[in-house]
Design a protein around this ligand. Structure first.
Ligand SMILES: Nc1nc2c(ncn2[C@@H]2O[C@H](COP(=O)(O)OP(=O)(O)O)[C@@H](O)[C@H]2O)c(=O)[nH]1
Ligand SMILES: [Mg+2]
Length: 351
C-alpha cells in the first residue's frame, strides 16, 4: 500500500517524507524525480504489549511513501509538463497526502485555501479529462454499432462528469459494486482517500477556511510543523518525552498524521504476542479471521481452524494474558469472525 505526498513546491513534502521514512533526502531543492521509502506506523499499543511480554523483537507495521515532485501553478509549458508528471505519479498510489504550506519561510505569504483549491481543481480537471474521453468513445460506439457494450457505463460516467464539473471529488459519490468495478481501472485521483496536512509555523493554528474546505472535500485533516517534527526525530526518546510533556501532548503530531494515512488506506492493525516477538500486522478493515491469518502466513489461512482473540483493552484491563483467560476475555472465534482493530490473535491451524 502506497501513500503519495503531493502539493505545491516548497510546502515541506520532502521534510515530512524524511521524518516518516528516515530517508535523509535534501530539502529545499524541488527535485523532479519521485522517491519511495518505507515508514513504520507508530502504535503505542504495541509499545505497551512489548512492555508486558518483554519479547526479543518489536515489529511495527509499515506502509510505503512516495515523495512526489511538487506542483507549480501557471508557469507555461514546462510547468504544464511538470503538472502532468505529478498527476501520473499520483495515479499509482492508494492514497494522497496533500501538504499545504501555512508558514512563510521566505517563500512568500502563505495561501493555504488558494493552494488547496488550486490543487483540488487540478486533480478534478485531470479526472474530468478521462471521463470526457470515455464518454466520447461511448458515444462513438453507440453511433457505430447502435449500442454500447455495457449500458451501465454511460450513466455512471455522466454522473462522474456532473460531479467533477461541479468541482467536487469522486470520493464523495456513493458507488455500487458494479460502479466500483467499472471505475477502478481508471485510477481516478479524486476518488482516492485524501489526507490534508497543514504545515504550520511552530505554535500557530491552521486557518479555519482552508480546514473547512478540506473537510468538505471528504479529506482527513492533520496539522503539524514539519521542521519541528524533524527536530523531534533527532532527539533521544527521553528528551522527546520531556519535550512532549512540556507541550502537554501525548505524542508527536507526525504519529497522528501517519495513523490518519493508515486509516485512509482502510487498514486496521491486529497484534501477535509472545516471548520472541510482539508484532503489529496490517489487514483490511472488515476482513475475517482467516484473511488476517493469511497476512501472517498463507499456511495459517489455508489450515485455519480457530482464532483465540483478546481485545487490547481487555488485556490491558486484566493486566496479563492469564488473568484475561481467567476472566473469560480470551474468546475462541471461527471463520466468520470480523477482526477488530487492536485484536490480539493467536491462530490455531493445521496443514
Ligand atoms: N518555517 C518552516 N519551514 C519549513 C517547514 N517545513 C518545511 N520548511 C522548509 O521549507 C523548505 C522546503 O521544504 P521541502 O521539504 O524541501 O519542501 P518540498 O518542496 O515540498 O519538498 C525547506 O527549507 C524546509 O526546511 C515548516 O513547518 N516551517
Ligand atoms: Mg521536495
Amino acid at each position: 500500500m502506497q501513500i503519495g505526498i503531493i502539493g505545491v513546491k516548497f510546502t515541506g513534502k520532502t521534510t515530512l517524507f524524511n521524518v516518516i521514512t528516515g530517508a535523509g533526502l535534501p530539502t529545499g531543492q524541488g527535485g523532479v524525480d519521485p522517491h519511495l521509502a518505507v515508514g513504520k506506523v507508530p502504535d503505542s499499543r504495541l509499545n505497551k504489549l512489548t512492555e508486558m511480554f518483554n519479547p526479543k523483537r518489536e515489529i511495527h507495521t509499515s506502509v510505503e511513501w512516495v515523495d512526489i515532485p511538487g506542483f507549480q501553478v501557471g508557469v507555461g509549458t514546462a510547468g504544464a509538463r511538470e503538472a502532468t508528471r505529478f498527476l501520473e505519479h499520483g495515479r499509482k498510489v492508494d492514497a494522497l497526502a496533500q501538504v499545504i504550506r501555512c508558514f512563510d519561510g521566505g517563500f512568500g505569504t502563505a495561501d493555504p485555501l488558494g493552494d488547496f483549491e488550486n490543487l483540488s481543481m487540478e486533480l478534478a480537471l485531470a479526472d474530468l479529462q478521462i471521463v470526457e474521453n470515455r464518454l466520447e468513445k461511448l458515444t462513438k460506439d453507440k453511433d457505430r454499432m447502435g449500442k454500447v457494450a455495457n449500458p451501465l457505463e454511460p450513466p455512471m460516467f455522466e454522473r462522474f462528469r456532473d460531479q467533477l464539473e461541479a468541482g467536487k471529488p469522486l470520493r464523495d459519490l456513493e458507488m455500487n459494486v458494479d460502479e466500483e468495478k467499472m471505475s477502478s481501472g481508471y485510477a481516478f485521483l479524486t476518488a482516492k482517500p485524501m489526507i490534508a496536512v497543514f504545515n504550520l509555523e511552530e505554535g500557530e493554528d491552521a486557518p479555519a477556511d482552508a480546514m473547512k474546505a478540506a473537510l468538505d472535500s471528504g479529506a482527513e485533516v492533520v496539522s503539524l510543523c514539519a521542521t519541528m517534527e524533524e527536530e523531534l526525530a533527532e532527539l533521544e526518546p527521553d528528551e522527546v518525552r520531556e519535550f512532549l510533556d512540556d507541550l502537554g501532548i501525548e505524542e508527536p503530531a507526525m504519529n497522528l498524521m501517519i495513523r490518519a494515512s493508515y486509516r485512509a488506506l482502510n487498514l486496521i492493525s491486529f497484534f501477535t504476542v509472545g516471548p520472541d516477538e510482539c508484532r503489529a500486522w496490517p489487514v483490511r478493515k472488515g476482513a475475517m479471521a482467516p484473511m488476517a491469518a493469511g497476512v501472517i502466513h498463507s499456511d495459517l489461512q489455508r489450515g485455519f481452524i480457530r482464532a483465540e482473540v483478546t481485545a487490547y483493552a481487555d488485556l490491558m484491563a486484566e493486566g496479563s494474558m492469564s488473568a484475561a483467560k481467567a476472566a473469560n476475555k480470551v474468546r475462541l472465534e471461527g471463520k466468520a469472525y470480523e477482526v477488530q482493530d487492536g485484536d490480539i490473535l493467536e491462530i490455531r491451524f493445521s496443514v
